[in-house]
Design a protein around this ligand. Structure first.
Ligand code: HEM
Length: 205
């Protein structure tokens, strides 16, 4: 689901930038042709609607699986503000511990929860942009069509900022990238009755 999402996001950002170029929001910002998807704006829109189905269906599958399996609560909660504070300090001093890849630190939890919330908002604002008549009540919440565009654009900017941090951190801890490609380190699936944490074992030879 992670890599399907990466592909979908790539399509959504590239095609979104093409659509943006057709009617810019900021006079100083226009995306170079080399990094947009779609030869003309209407092709950009078609790519956008194609990517939309992948992004949304994959997202629904991810949320359903996360909730039903209990993975969400296990991996993303609780988040304590104190822990966030300490982990940010460690990250700034490049002292983040990453000996257990199956455990998210507090900064990861906050970033993942944040980007999921932005993902939901970009879909909601996208729906309002796509069908402003059918979803007129939803569109009305934003005040004007230009406001919806702005919210949609700011969500995209937040996702791009997240990707920069996310990819940088993943490159700094290369074993996490390997784990994401191979399915992760071998796990002893027996869940600890206390905190339902998964314990790490040595990979079988
Ligand atoms: C999945 C639900 C989504 C739907 C239904 C949707 C729909 C749309 C529509 C209809 C437009 C054209 C707006 C206009 O006419 O000006 C648009 C623009 C755009 N979309 Fe999406 N979108 C979705 C998700 C995303 C995602 C995930 C991204 C990027 C991460 C994204 C980035 C953009 C950008 C950058 C624009 C150009 C903003 C503008 O100038 O209006 N969209 N989207």
């Amino acid at each position: 689901m992670h890599w399907i999402n990466a592909l979908a996001i790539f399509i959504m950002i590239g095609s979104g930038w093409k659509i943006y170029n057709d009617d810019i929001l900021f006079s100083f910002l226009r995306f170079p042709d080399a990094i947009v998807i779609g030869k003309w704006a209407q092709y950009g829109l078609q790519w956008h609607f194609f990517g939309m189905w992948i992004f949304v269906l994959n997202g629904i599958a991810y949320f359903c699986y996360g909730i039903v399996s209990g993975r969400f609560w296990r991996k993303l909660f609780p988040v304590s503000p104190r822990e966030v504070f300490v982990t940010v300090g460690e990250a700034l001093r490049f002292r983040l511990r990453h000996d257990d890849l199956t455990h998210y630190n507090a900064v990861q939890k906050v970033l993942y929860l944040g980007v999921m919330a932005v993902g939901v908002l970009i879909v909601i604002s996208g729906l309002a942009l796509w069908k402003p008549v059918q979803f007129s009540e939803l569109a009305g919440l934003f005040g004007s069509f230009q406001n919806i565009r702005l919210v949609h654009f700011l969500c995209m900017s937040a996702i791009v900022a997240f990707i920069v941090v996310h990819v940088t951190l993943a490159l700094l801890v290369p074993q996490s990238l390997v784990a994401m490609l191979t399915g992760g380190p071998a796990l002893d699936q027996e869940l600890d009755a206390g905190d339902r944490d998964v314990t790490l074992t040595k990979a079988p030879q």
